[in-house]
Design a protein around this ligand. Structure first.
Ligand code: HEC
Length: 157
């Protein structure tokens, strides 16, 4: 266990320093490779995560960059607008790593609706960010982030 962790960390670190992309092809804490569809949607969600982290820093003031809030909010909205299509292919039973649970395709209508809501909230966040008005950005950010956990609880390993 200990060794295995150290090893995947090492692989991750080496891959990162070589080509950033190859580290992403090794699933977290697991040496099993993702199949292409899993890699693709995983990476769409990674855009969401990076945009989220940087918006959070800008809001907290641990980073200050004029005009970046809008750009990150647009990245988030753009990624959110690709999410549903990225999950559309039913990959149940495919060989390789994924955190996507079978329930996604068993309850596709519910899952798709949640991604539609996420897309709409992220678009509203981008609009709020364009306004530069923190009294609009804060609540829009909170609402967008409200989509993550409940969906992960139900649909992600
Ligand atoms: C409607 C469902 C849904 C919503 C909403 C959603 N996610 Fe996900 N997310 C998933 C699923 C399912 C996966 C697993 C994908 C795979 O492995 O194929 C995932 C994967 C990820 C990953 C990839 C790394 C990992 O741990 O698997 C990150 C990062 C992530 N989501 C962040 C977010 C953030 C941040 C939000 C909110 C702003 C969000 N997600 C909203 C369903 C969702």
């Amino acid at each position: 266990m200990q060794l295995n962790r150290a090893r995947s960390f090492f692989i991750g670190a080496v891959a990162c320093s070589a080509i950033a992309v190859s580290s992403a092809s090794v699933a977290d804490g697991d040496d099993e490779k993702r199949f292409p569809e899993s890699q693709y949607r995983h990476d769409v969600m990674e855009f969401v995560k990076y945009a989220y982290s940087n918006i959070a820093q800008l809001m907290k003031g641990t980073a200050e960059h004029e005009g970046h809030m809008v750009k990150h909010a647009q990245i988030m909205a753009s990624a959110a607008s690709m999410a549903k299509a990225a999950f559309e292919k039913d990959t149940r039973g495919m060989e390789g790593a994924t955190e996507a649970r079978d329930e996604i395709w068993e309850n596709w209508d519910d899952f798709a609706q949640r991604l539609d809501e996420f897309e709409a909230d992220a678009a509203a966040l981008a609009t709020a960010a364009e306004s530069g008005d923190m009294s609009k950005i804060g609540p829009a950010f909170k609402k967008t982030m409200g989509n993550c956990k409940s969906c992960h609880d139900d649909y992600r390993e």
